[in-house]
Design a protein around this ligand. Structure first.
Ligand SMILES: [Zn+2]
Length: 386
């Protein structure tokens, strides 16, 4: 049995009063972030050699901020600790030259959120108790089961909906061993091809993708119209009446666009979850290529980015699921995997992409290009672990 941290995302349905509270809480988090960041900046400006205020220092200052801005007390107090932690973390990244200078947060950001760490518990099938907010209506809570909630994020995203993302600690039973190993070759037409000769297709949903493009273009047009209207109004605002319907249409397009994008992302994720769970059930050892060094072919730009996003998610899921369920994931370098004959090991040189099948000139085996590569990947992986 292993312990694992799992993520669960629920839809939230706050009532009118809770919505107001939430926006106050989003604002409070932003306030604390901006105050702390301003303070650090000012301190540095006054005395560049002064010591950096660390997370503890920031937490110590919270008490004073709450006296100065009493409305901060309406927030889930643990959320400020998370704000300070994140700010201190981004400064750490800055000092290690792995991130840019932290920025002030804007109330106009499309996504608003806060993260807390105190206790919150499931109180009914579709209800959760959250600090300061009380019982709040959610989508089904059955996925949580007996898991312990470690951290929660309440967010309002560009789709115009509220969500609750939970990090829960849960116990996981290992899956039974099957004694089987597999190599996977990635592609664009197919997400992956296995050394057993199975093709796992890339997830596509034509209708949703079309809707997404449609709303994207509506969004751009309306945004342009609003920008022009505002410019005109600024220029000559005596005789032009403020027309907010344009603005509302633009906002609606923005939300529609975000909703279709979210739907596509969710369906793709479901598909990848089913696929990876299946693989982890079937095989004890899974060998994949390190994509960072693999040159995905010069294909249609969009197809490539979709394939990359899917593949990255696919790999991440395989990584943690193998760890959870007692299976092994091996990552090998992709060199020459499509050039070597998997039967006799003969190195037959580079082949153009159009060549989907070939015959080894040494041993005469007929190869499907992708399956042969997958078998080579499997051999490499097994050799690497002995
Ligand atoms: Zn051969």
């Amino acid at each position: 049995m292993t312990e694992a941290i799992k993520g669960i995302k629920l839809r939230l349905y706050p009532n009118e009063k809770q919505r107001q509270q939430l926006w106050q809480m989003f604002g409070n988090d932003r306030k604390v972030w901006n105050l702390m960041l301003g303070m650090v900046k000012k301190r540095y400006k006054n005395n560049p050699s002064s010591q950096f205020v660390n997370e503890y220092g920031m937490n110590y200052l919270l008490k004073r901020l709450k006296q100065e801005y009493p409305y901060l007390r309406t927030s889930d107090a643990t959320s400020f600790l998370v704000v300070n932690h994140n700010l201190a973390q981004s400064f750490k990244m800055l000092f290690k030259h792995r991130g840019g200078y932290p920025r002030f947060k804007s109330r106009h950001a499309l996504r608003q959120s806060y993260t807390g760490r105190s206790t919150c518990k499931v109180i009914a099938k579709r209800r959760i108790q959250l600090p300061k907010l009380g019982g709040i209506r959610t989508s089904k809570t059955s996925y949580i089961g007996k898991a312990k909630i470690k951290q929660y994020t309440v967010s309002y995203d560009p789709t115009g909906r509220y969500y609750l993302s939970l990090q829960v600690k849960t116990e996981i039973n290992e899956l039974p061993k099957t004694g089987k190993a597999v190599g996977l070759d990635v592609g664009i037409a197919d997400l992956a091809i296995s050394s057993d000769g199975i093709k796992y297709g890339t997830f596509h949903t034509k209708w949703l993708e079309k809707q997404d493009t449609k709303w994207q273009s509506k969004y751009s047009k309306r945004k342009y119209r609003v920008t022009v209207a505002v410019r005109q109004w600024n220029h000559n605002h005596e005789d032009i009446k403020e027309d907010i319907s344009d603005y509302q249409n633009w906002q609606r397009a923005q939300q529609q666009k975000a909703r279709y994008q979210q739907k596509i992302a969710n369906q793709r994720k479901d598909y990848l979850h089913k696929l990876t769970t299946n693989l982890v059930k079937q095989y004890d050892v899974i060998v994949i290529e390190d994509l960072k060094t693999k040159n995905l072919q010069k294909n249609h730009h969009l197809a490539k980015s979709i394939a990359n996003a899917s593949w990255y998610q696919f790999r991440t899921m395989l990584e943690y699921k193998c760890a959870w369920y007692g299976k092994q994931l091996i990552v090998v370098k992709p060199n020459y995997t499509s050039q070597i004959c998997s039967t006799c090991g003969y190195h037959s040189g580079k082949k153009p992409l159009e060549v989907r099948a070939w015959t080894c000139s040494k041993c005469g085996t007929n190869h499907d290009r992708d399956i042969n590569a997958a078998v080579n990947i499997l051999h490499k992986g097994l050799k690497a672990v002995g």
